[in-house]
Design a protein around this ligand. Structure first.
Ligand code: KG4
Ligand code: ZN
Length: 340
């Protein structure tokens, strides 16, 4: 009988300190997330040095809780996997340092995981039949990519943003209309009360790169609209602004993702990253995929935003493919997808 493989995943690339235990790459035994949102909200965004300090305070407690909740001891863990990039360097170093210390002391193999490849892998948790190849729309606070997942550890980038990431645009527009940080979920909520066609914001196309994105134009258009209203003394309807901005972003994401899947003959699209929990994006993707006969998948909200279960899942597939990180594993803040 095949022996179970237990992976301890560790994630600290931004403002969540997280640890999780996953069995055989698919079954989450525990998923502990300590969020720093409250403290960063005071500053309107993530303050890197505060993030590092909070990670160092929490990391051991979070790891211990993940083992306890999974009802396993460190001895029973087979592999330690950790996010080593991309992300904030000081934040990444805390997770990498902790993972190396544990792996070294407990004589366990260490596997460094790419954060975005982890986001993609979050889809394996609740879709047991999902295996590569498939197309993935990655939409997070720092990244917007269309990625062809060829194998569990082989990726081809089909499209990317030329400027802001989708989540970044949500956060900036939210700040401009006074919603605060993190803006994505707040725009999502407010937009439900607004008219998505009240204001026509631009849907940018990139010449010569049909699957690439640009969100700085729509963000600037919202800021110009707000300034224009203020100068003319017109009262803005924040819900209409939120809904119209969100619709412009969703239209572009859905259009490119479905067109890329059709061109590549992919019959399945998975969505990943924090913005994958956006309700308008889910509805828009469902409509677009239904019309094109494409199967759509996305993780539950808790696996869309940063978590360590996704790092343990990707760590499992890397481990099975033979990846082993050395004791010189370092944080790589600008690590590229597919880079090893
Ligand atoms: O994947 P994630 O947790 O962190 C990164 O790796 O960047 O994504 C965080 C981003 C933030 O920009 C946040 O505003 C956005 O995801 N987000 C959302 C929603 N929930 C989170 N954006 C739109 N609608 C949401 N419901
Ligand atoms: Zn993330």
């Amino acid at each position: 009988m095949k022996r179970d493989i237990l992976v301890l995943g560790i994630e600290s690339s931004c403002d969540e300190t997280a640890a999780a235990v996953v069995r055989n790459g698919r079954e989450v035994l525990s998923n502990v997330i300590s969020s720093q949102i409250e403290i960063h909200t005071l500053y309107g965004g993530v303050v890197p040095e505060i993030a590092s300090r909070k990670h160092i305070e929490k990391i051991n407690l979070v790891i211990r809780e993940a083992l306890q909740n999974a009802d396993v001891t460190l001895e029973q863990i087979d592999v330690i996997s950790v996010t080593y990039g991309p992300g904030l360097v000081g934040a990444l170093l805390v997770g990498v340092g902790a993972a190396k210390a544990i792996a070294y002391a407990a004589h366990k193999p260490l596997v460094g995981v790419h954060h975005i490849e982890g986001h993609i892998a979050a889809n394996y948790i609740e879709h047991p039949a999902l295996e590569p190849p498939f197309l993935c729309l990655v939409v997070s606070g720092g990244h917007t990519h269309l990625v062809q997942v060829q194998e569990y550890n082989r990726f081809e980038i089909i499209g990317r943003t030329h400027d802001d990431a989708a989540g970044e645009a949500f956060d900036k527009v939210a700040r401009a209309i006074g919603l605060g940080y993190p803006g994505g979920p707040k725009i999502d909520k407010l937009a439900k009360e607004g008219d998505p066609h009240a204001i026509e914001f631009p849907r940018a196309k990139i010449d010569g790169a049909e699957f690439d994105f640009s969100f700085s134009g729509v963000k600037s258009a919202v800021l110009n609209y707000l300034n224009g209203c203020e100068m003319k003394g017109i009262q803005i309807n924040r819900a209409d602004v939120a809904a119209s901005f969100q619709q412009a972003v969703v239209d572009v994401l859905v259009g490119r993702a479905v067109a890329a899947a059709e061109k590549l003959d992919e019959t399945r699209i998975a969505v990943a990253g924090g913005v994958a929990s956006n309700s308008a994006l889910r509805a828009g993707m469902q409509q677009g995929c239904d019309a094109a006969g494409i199967e759509l998948m996305y993780p539950s909200p808790v696996y869309c935003t940063d978590n360590a279960a996704m790092i343990a899942v990707q760590g499992y597939y890397e481990y099975m493919a033979g990846t082993r990180s050395g004791w010189d594993l370092n944080a790589v803040p600008n690590l590229k997808i597919g880079e090893r």
